[in-house]
Design a binder for this molecule. Structure first.
Ligand SMILES: C[S@@+](CC[C@H](N)C(=O)[O-])C[C@H]1O[C@@H](n2cnc3c(N)ncnc32)[C@H](O)[C@@H]1O
Length: 246
């Protein structure tokens, strides 16, 4: 990916149409204000940290809009902040957790978690070109303890222990064979998880596991699974599936 190699492109990588379509989709005020309202209702304390959260928008020149009380933000940053607070509410203090994210893009969610109180370690798994961009971002953002694993190198996972797995609009977009590889090489070994499922894969001819079949696979490993509608709902039928281990 050119953004990882060319400093001039990296400076503006969030502004490019191709990037916005793949990663910061729905980066509009009408979406951002819904995240702002959810955050105000569920996690009003987030306003105390807005200047640190906004540092994400200082890298890569994203499209931003002006929101009440907090000033200019990209809608994507507000979404990452909302997910970070979801994780804190559901799994408690994250700063002792070894976290792993499937399809984390450039790593913006990790940045928001670091601002909120951090993680013990953060591993990003993605396509090799996306990881090159993530490495540049992580360096620019000064994020500590971040590792990178390419999605075709999942055997590397067997030497690692993770406490919490996250995946937003990524695990749900990959084909069944790859999903099953993630389940056997990673997900089966991670006691807690948070996955946002969207349902756009069939539009690209990609056949994925149903949420119900995925939940059954987790339950067969004694996980306690919850499936809730995504709020705000970015896509028709989107759900957030979480699991814990009693
Ligand atoms: C729609 S983006 C979501 C990015 C990020 N999670 C977010 O919420 O903004 C999908 C991500 O999945 C990644 N991806 C595609 N195939 C993958 C695979 N087989 N394993 C891991 N990540 C993959 C893409 O490179 C991209 O970073």
């Amino acid at each position: 990916m050119k953004a990882a190699q060319d400093p001039e492109i990296f400076k503006n990588f969030k502004h490019y149409e191709i990037y916005r379509r793949v990663v910061e989709c729905n980066n509009w005020y009408s979406v951002g204000i819904q995240y702002f309202n959810v955050l105000k209702g569920q996690s009003p304390d987030f306003v105390h940290l807005v200047d640190q959260f906004r540092e994400n928008d200082m890298i890569g020149n994203p499209v931003t809009q002006k929101y009440p009380e907090i000033g200019r933000f990209s809608a994507a940053s507000l979404r990452y902040i909302k997910v970070a607070y979801d994780l804190g509410r559901m799994f408690g203090n994250l700063n002792k957790l070894n976290m792993v994210e499937i399809g984390g893009g450039y790593g913006g969610l990790g940045k928001m978690i670091q601002v909120m109180g951090s993680y013990a370690s953060y591993t990003l798994i993605d396509l090799p070109p996306a990881l090159e961009l993530a490495k540049k971002y992580v360096e620019a953002a000064g994020l500590p303890n971040v590792s990178f694993i390419a999605c075709d190198q999942l055997d590397q996972l067997k030497d690692h222990h993770y406490d919490l797995l996250v995946s937003n609009y990524a695990f749900s977009e990959i084909n069944i064979a790859e999903q099953k590889e993630y389940i056997s090489k990673l997900i089966d070994n991670v006691p807690n998880g948070y996955i946002t499922f969207n349902f756009i894969a069939p539009n690209y001819g990609v056949n994925t596991l149903s949420v119900e079949d995925f939940a059954k696979a987790l339950e067969s490993k004694s996980r306690v699974v919850s499936i809730q509608p995504e709020v705000p709902q970015l896509g028709k039928r989107n759900v957030i599936l979480t699991w814990t281990t009693p």
